[in-house]
Every structure is written in structure tokens, then in C-alpha cells.
Ligand binder design. Structure first.
Ligand SMILES: *Cc1c(COP(=O)(O)O)cnc(C)c1O
Length: 402
């Protein structure tokens, strides 16, 4: 992305501003799908990462399905034009009413507890379902599979598979898919494949299964030196393991993944303006016209987002603490080296496509930013900046005698 395109968008629509590069998302999707060599591959875009209708429509145009975690996300997906059969609903701890709502909408439902499994068997034995298994594995950064997530609230424990089997057989439940998503980083294909073998051993027990969904965990690099999932290497090795399993079973399964971050993170740019440079006795603060209300990942996850000075890219490098305007400790970066920042300069946070705009709030009664999509050199406003009226819209002028 050219800096001039970012400056132009921020000049047109003001700041703070989220800007999404549609061509980068398309390239990410292409790279992802081309990495796998299997008979049937299906990608469900995990829309909690970034849920603007324009983004959903972009992914629909590419042919993805949608991974949704609330009935509201399901409704947004349907609104964007996804067909119900291309939506997989993977909720946790939802009410029976929310299951009923999603059943009425006709989407595929991923069951993640035994109680709900029985509920489906008793009340909707005709509806095919997915079952989310918790393999208690984290295929994490080191070379071993470490046993973790024993306290995880997600999925049905792999140790309870006999219990699942009993319920499924008794109530004649049609299990169409087995699903796992541990959320841990995929860095080593061999480690992930070892975990997949466990999943295959569950699939073998249910002959109605046609879909195997491995969720996500594709890691993207935030810092220049960060490791990221090498999708080409992973896809090649994983496809072989998957095809071997299909061959062993004498059956073709659809391989499914649900990337969110991988598809949108590096396509997002968050542009904010320096309101003030404040020299204290200990450091130099850059105070921005935004805060953790718009970009919470640094405070919430201690996430690193690379920052560049769009207005003075060749300025003399200096050390800054970059902070926001929220009346709380609101730090984006400490001791960060950035070309000299002057009052009014535009800074950009990289890798802000995933879990940034969707996590924004109105804390401090601040208005949420506008969002812009860039496609083939043109920019399109896909969300206007909020107004004071938006803050008041749900409040009622109820007559109360104080
Ligand atoms: C959040 C989520 C994803 C996407 O995870 P990323 O790290 O953004 O790729 C996929 N599947 C499920 C069930 C999720 O909850």
C-alpha cells in the first residue's frame, strides 16, 4: 500500500480512519487456497475479525463461506448475501432460544457441549450437525505438542468421545462434520498434523461425517522479525496427510478451514493524527486523536502494531511513547523508534484489519471511526464516522420524576 493512498483517504474522510486494501485480501485468499491440494476445500471466513458488509460481500464474491459465532453475525452474513448452507455457526454458551433462531435461519450448526447434543437429538434429529471437539492440544510455537487447554470452555473433550457416540447412536443424530479450533498458532506443519491424526481418529467413529473443519490458528507477523505460518509449506504437508486419511477411509471428505486474521490482518491500516507532542522529564509522548476505544489490541493483548509516520517518513528517528486520548492508561507503544513526529502528522498502525474495528467501543463517549475500502486505486467509504446522535440513538427520553 502506497503511503499517498493512505494520506489521500485520511484527507478525504478525516482521522482516525480504518482503511482496508481489498486487493491484499484477495491475494491472501488466493495464496491460502492455492496452498492446498485436496479434492474438496472450503474456506469459511471468520467474520468476527472484521464484519463490515462490504468486507463480507468481498469474501462472498471470492467464493468463501462464513464462520459465525453469534446469531447476529449469522444475520449479518445472510444480509451480505451468503446462503444459509455456506454459513457455519460455531457459538459457545448460548441459550436454547439462540439455537432455535439459527435453526430457523437454516445455517449449519456446530455443537460444542453434550447438553446441546442431546437437545438436538431430542428436538431436531433430522438436522445434520457439526460437533466441536476439544483435543486438548496446542500445536504451539515450540517443537512439541503441549497438552493444554484442559480448562478451555470450548468444545467437547476428546476424552468424552465415547459419550458423544452413545448419544449420537441412541438419538440417531446425523453428524455431518467434526470441528476443532484451538486458536493456538500454527507454525509447524508436522506438529499440527500430529494433532490432526487425533481428529481423524474421531472422524473414523462416525460414518455420516462428510466435512472435517480444522478451524484456524494461522499466525501472521506483526513485528518485522515475527514468524508467520508458511502457508505453502503447511498446505503441502497437510494436504498429503489429509489425502492419506481419505484414501485409508476410501472416502472423500471436504477439508475446511476458518481463517480470520490470515485473510484480513495485513490488509488493514489505521490512520490517526498527532494532536500533541509532550516532552516530560522521563520521555516524549505522542498524543493521538484516538485511544484504546478504537484500537484495543495493544492494551488488551499487549499486541505489537508497527507504526509509521506518513507525514514525515524520512524525518530524523526519535524514541517515543505513543499514547491515546482516553482517560485511562492508554498506551499503543513504548520506546518506539519513529521518524520525528510533529503536531498534526498522520501516523499509521499496520496489520489492523483483524480484531481492531470490530472491537472498537464508545468509551469516553468517543465516536467510532469511519472505514474505507481501497480497490484498484479507488477508495470507497464503507462506514461513515459516528455522530453524537449515534451515541444517543438507543437512549430513551423516559419521563422520570427525580
Ligand atoms: C475466531 C475464530 C476463528 C478465526 O481465528 P483467526 O485467528 O482470526 O484466524 C476461527 N474459528 C472459530 C470458531 C473462531 O472462534
Amino acid at each position: 500500500m502506497e503511503n499517498t493512498a493512505l494520506i489521500e483517504a485520511a484527507t478525504t474522510y478525516g482521522s482516525p480512519l480504518y482503511i482496508y486494501d481489498a486487493n491484499q485480501m484477495k491475494a491472501n485468499y488466493k495464496q491460502f487456497t492455492e496452498a492446498f491440494n485436496v479434492e474438496a476445500l472450503k474456506v469459511h471466513y471468520a467474520c468476527k475479525a472484521l464484519n463490515n458488509q462490504a468486507i463480507l460481500k468481498l469474501f462472498k464474491s471470492l467464493g468463501t463461506g462464513l464462520d459465525c459465532v453469534s446469531v447476529q453475525e449469522v444475520q449479518l452474513g445472510l444480509r451480505a448475501g451468503f446462503s444459509a448452507e455456506n454459513i457455519l455457526f460455531t457459538p459457545n454458551n448460548i441459550s436454547t432460544e439462540e439455537y432455535e433462531q439459527s435453526i430457523a435461519l437454516g445455517v449449519n450448526i456446530n455443537v460444542d457441549n453434550l447438553y446441546t447434543l442431546e437437545y438436538f437429538g431430542m428436538n431436531h434429529p433430522d438436522i445434520p450437525i457439526y460437533i466441536r471437539i476439544n483435543p486438548h492440544l496446542m500445536a504451539g510455537g515450540n517443537q512439541n505438542i503441549s497438552v493444554g487447554h484442559i480448562d478451555s470452555k470450548f468444545g467437547i473433550s476428546i476424552h468424552q468421545v465415547p459419550n458423544i457416540e452413545r448419544i449420537v447412536r441412541k438419538l440417531n443424530i446425523n453428524v455431518m462434520g467434526i470441528h476443532v479450533h484451538t486458536g493456538s498458532d500454527i507454525l509447524d506443519a508436522d506438529v499440527f498434523i500430529k494433532a490432526a491424526e487425533l481428529v481423524f481418529s474421531v472422524v473414523e467413529r462416525f460414518d455420516t461425517v462428510t466435512h472435517i473443519d480444522f478451524g484456524s490458528g494461522f499466525k501472521v507477523a506483526y513485528k518485522p522479525e515475527d514468524l508467520h505460518t508458511n502457508i505453502g509449506v503447511f498446505g503441502k504437508k497437510f494436504s498429503k496427510a489429509f489425502n492419506d486419511f481419505c484414501e485409508r477411509q476410501g472416502k472423500t471428505y471436504t477439508l475446511e478451514f476458518e481463517p480470520g486474521k490470515y485473510l484480513v490482518s495485513n490488509a488493514g491500516y489505521f490512520v490517526a493524527k498527532a494532536n500533541l507532542i509532550k516532552q516530560t522529564t522521563s520521555c516524549t509522548f505522542v498524543g493521538l486523536n484516538t485511544g484504546f476505544n478504537h484500537l484495543i489490541r495493544p492494551m488488551f493483548y499487549n499486541a505489537y502494531h508497527h507504526i509509521e509516520n506518513l507525514s514525515n517518513p524520512t524525518g530524523e528517528k526519535k524514541v517515543y511513547n505513543v499514547v491515546g486520548y482516553v482517560c485511562e492508561t492508554d498506551s499503543f507503544a513504548s520506546d518506539r523508534i519513529i521518524p520525528e513526529v510533529r503536531k498534526g502528522d498522520l501516523l499509521v498502525f499496520k496489520n489492523t484489519g483483524a480484531y481492531c474495528a470490530t472491537m472498537a467501543s464508545n468509551y469516553n463517549s468517543r465516536l467510532r471511526p469511519a472505514e474505507v475500502m481501497l480497490l484498484d486505486g479507488k477508495n470507497y467509504l464503507i462506514k461513515r464516522r459516528e455522530t453524537l446522535e449515534d451515541l444517543l440513538r438507543t437512549q430513551l427520553e423516559t419521563e422520570i420524576n427525580y
